[in-house]
Design a protein around this ligand. Structure first.
Ligand code: FES
Length: 546
């Protein structure tokens, strides 16, 4: 088989690959991760690279501008190696798997108590939240019950697509399942190694690990084919082992160590939701409450000590910054707060870690939409209607410039396009409609909700007032909203520490009723009504005035 050398810059890493390998696959084999949000389908346009050398490309028409083509820019997923190459990866195309900073960790894990290191005793365990985007883990002394340390890092599977559906599709490709399994285990093992090394714990003394994750992530962790999750009737493998030797899942703890996976409810309501119900205490409440986890999927649970019902909104990863022109995760360089002057549309913003802006994260987009509505830049349908130097017409639609390139850390303006607004509108519409229909299904209305727990990566960055004004959250008394941070990790820790909590998780998973939105009459109508800012029926948002 003919082979060629591909050298990636600026890393200066070379890898030998067979003729006809895509540049994206070559990068992965060199352990360089290019942003491929659509999983290599030529749709997202995030995987652009600059190539010197012989290639063939079947990239879809319109995926690159004529200027980009002239400058030897290619989509790495649709371009194959035909000779020795030099491939330059721009920063904007690179996935950054740096560990989260302490500030980011605080935001994601708010509410979790980390006590000073205590390595007395010799029985340790790990709990993990396996998210589609982020993996978080904690080292716990099982004797003293102290948390010794916490780490979170991005899930390396992101190189194969940003949501669970693209990962399931990738898993069906030759060698795909094994690659995804290796990524998730690799990330977990890396966190384990770092934490035991920092806290001077012997690997042989780590005897237990509990993982909570969505159903797809748990399939991939266990190297099980997740194909059924996206095929009618959307039933996951029933044979998922909940307790098994950790070595069977390629997790490095003591050789006799046990892995426990928190039981899930359905294909789209996983063990992370069960763990969230456990840690939030929703199942013990006398009055009816809601738990919502706005992550890559949006899971919603309604219930109290008598009943629990859950559904999954197909919200997509927009509020994690994925699939948007200048979207990024809530990490250094992300614009997280925005204010727009109503007279001249000048903008004030704050950036995570005070860096130069690189993009906009979910909470930044919520601020931005609300401020654009307040300033009259967009109408309730999300169309840009004002005129200003910040508003430009592109080939297909209009865009609004949030930061001109001189203010940023890159070479492009940071913009929000009408297509981005549409994408965000669909996400917020799906979450609101799912929550609303769940409440209606039980003959309730929002006024009967005692508490509204918000879990997930937004943490305290999320501005509740603005989230209500755009119609993402219902218009409830503000003191009903409670941020609970990473409820999945907290629940996994409770299970790690207590066999009673372990039994409770099992009985909760059996007790939760799964509510399938797609077959619910009225859901589509509810969703269509939510495709406005905030909603077509303003009586549902009595405190919102524009
Ligand atoms: S366009 Fe190449 S990965 Fe999406």
């Amino acid at each position: 088989m003919e082979k060629f050398l591909v050298t990636f810059l600026p890393d200066n890493l070379s890898v030998s690959v067979a003729k006809d390998t895509t540049i994206l696959a070559a990068a992965i084999s060199a352990q360089i991760y290019i942003n491929s949000a659509c999983g290599g389908d030529g749709i997202c346009g995030k995987c652009k690279v600059i190539v010197r050398g012989q290639v063939t490309s079947s990239q879809p028409n319109g995926s690159l501008t004529s200027e980009e083509r002239k400058n030897n820019i290619y989509l790495s997923c649709f371009t194959t190696v035909q000779g020795n190459l030099e491939v330059q990866i721009p920063d904007s195309s690179r996935l950054n798997f740096d560990k989260l900073t302490p500030e980011e960790l605080d935001e994601r894990l708010s509410g979790l108590l980390v006590e000073p290191a205590d390595t007395t005793g010799n029985n340790f365990g790990f709990c993990f939240d396996i998210g589609t985007t982020t993996i978080s883990g904690q080292l716990v002394n099982l004797g003293s019950k102290n948390i010794l340390g916490t780490r979170a890092t991005y899930n390396q599977q992101a190189a194969f697509g940003s949501d669970v559906i693209t990962r399931i599709i990738y898993a069906a490709k030759p060698g795909g399942l094994q690659q995804l399994h290796n990524c998730v285990c690799g990330t977990i093992n890396q966190i384990i190694e770092e934490l035991i090394s920092v806290h001077k714990v012997e690997l042989n003394n780590v005897n237990s690990i509990v993982c909570a994750g969505n159903t797809t992530m748990i399939h991939l962790l266990l190297n099980m084919d997740p194909a059924h999750i996206r095929r009618l009737p959307y039933v996951p493998k029933t044979s998922i082992p909940l307790v098994l030797p950790a070595t069977k899942a390629d997790i490095n703890i003591s050789t006799a160590g046990i892995l426990r996976c928190v039981p899930g409810v359905s294909s789209y309501v996983g063990g992370d939701t069960t763990a969230g119900i456990l840690s939030s205490g929703l199942y013990q409440k006398e009055k009816t409450c809601i738990l919502i986890d706005i992550g890559t999927n949006g899971e919603i649970v309604l219930g109290n000590r008598d009943f629990l019902i859950a559904c999954a909104a197909s919200a997509g990863p927009a509020f994690e910054g994925s699939g948007l022109t200048c979207g990024m995760r809530a990490s250094g360089g992300a614009i997280q707060k925005i204010q727009i002057n109503k007279d001249d549309f000048n903008i004030e913003y704050s950036v995570i870690q005070g860096k130069k802006p690189h993009g906009i994260c979910g909470s930044g987009y919520i601020d931005l939409l609300c401020e654009m509505l307040d300033a009259g830049i967009i109408d309730k349908n999300g169309r840009i209607k004002a005129e200003n130097r910040r508003i430009r017409k592109t080939d297909t639609a209009k865009e609004f410039v949030v930061c001109f390139k001189e203010e940023t850390d890159g070479v492009n303006d940071i913009v929000i396009t009408e297509a981005d607004i549409e994408n965000l509108k669909r996400s917020k519409g799906a979450i609101y409609a799912a929550t609303s229909i769940l409440v209606k299904h039980l003959g309730l209305d929002f006024s009967g909700i005692e508490k509204f727990y918000i879990a997930g990566g937004f943490g305290t960055y999320l501005n509740i007032e603005k989230a209500i004004r755009i119609g993402l959250l219902p218009d409830l008394e503000r003191n009903k909203f409670v941020f609970i941070g990473n409820s999945s990790l907290a629940g996994a820790r409770q299970i790690l520490l207590s066999s009673q909590e372990m039994d409770m998780a099992d009985s909760l998973a059996a007790k939760i009723t799964y509510f399938e939105l797609s077959v619910e009459p009225g859901y589509m109508e509810e969703y269509s009504q939510a495709l406005f800012f905030p909603h077509t029926d303003l009586t549902k948002f009595p405190t919102v005035k524009f």
